[in-house]
Design a binder for this molecule. Sequence first.
Ligand SMILES: *Cc1c(COP(=O)(O)O)cnc(C)c1O
Length: 380
Amino acid sequence: MTEAREPGLDDSAAARAGAILTIDLEAIKDNYRRLRQEIRPVTCAAVIKADAYGLGAARVAPVLAKAGARTFFTATLDEAATVQASLEKTRPSADIFVLNGTGAGPVEAFTALGVTPVLNSLGEVETWTTAAGDAGHTLPAALHVDTGMNRLGLPHGELETLIAEPDRLAGIELRYIMSHLACAEEPGHELNGTQLRLFEEARARLPAAPGSLVNSSGIFLGADYHFDLARPGAALFGVNPTPDRPNPMSQVVRLQGRILQVRQIDAPQSVGYGATHRVSGGSRVATVALGYADGFLRSLSNRASAWIGDRRVPVIGRVSMDLITLDVTGVPAGDAHVGGLVDLIGPDQDVDTLAGAAGTIGYEILTSLGARYHRVFLGG
Ligand SMILES: *Cc1c(COP(=O)(O)O)cnc(C)c1O
């Protein structure tokens, strides 16, 4: 039975919502401290783009601030504004960096909010020096140099131009020089060492500034990679940063669905859209109230498992918009009953395992988590 009464859970609201997403804010704090310990004495930032990987930036940012974080990264300017508003009480002096750079919004919005762009090209450098000139004082920024990701950051040619003409940075207070690893979760990948070398070379030739290279997985590549600031995101939220080893992080998310119906099937039949799964006579099928509209990906059809107590039950047939079906033939009727809860993400099946069944990564499972869940926050 999984009908645990979670602290703070409003039963009627939970029942109306159908599925319950419990987010353990204490586990997020533990994870932040665990990562900070790993890189000591280097500073540990927190990347909370995409609404803190789907968990709710306004709730998560103050919790990370309480655990000691003072530097935050978002992707967009709107996200930065949300984070800043949420930190008004706990950390009004937080440093908030916008990864998407000055392209993420008008320069006046950055200066009005007091958030800092990550400059990703010579054009963005120029935009920011112009803004500093207009303001009549220096403006802070991080400078992103590309070392092999080929996504954001100054490409090689632009980096050479900037090194040859450092006056292009006039008026910019260079807070960090940063880059981003493409293969950090594969410790044996040769690109890691290549990017490290290119990053060291770039820093040696640019005006002096603190360095920042690693994401969650990069932290576990060793101290050579740490520089002055680490930028973990996913590991804070329980995703395994070391996929080839046991997960050093605490689980943050529990997802429970509610059983709407249990049906006895007397003769062989198919279940769900497309009749993709057949059950034999004598089977029992439980229908649970969540589906792909909630971020329970359709690619989990016939591939995922759910847990009822300590019993694994397969998801059978297609995941539909609002419903999934489980084969509960082996589960005692007292455990698989209408109104009962089943675990989709929880102690027996972590985010990474569910992601594996969907052919994706934990990041996508988290950032897909839907808006319909009854959300319960533990601790904080
Ligand atoms: C998303 C992102 C991070 C955080 O990556 P995780 O793998 O979630 O730790 C760090 N740096 C940059 C530039 C990013 O885009």
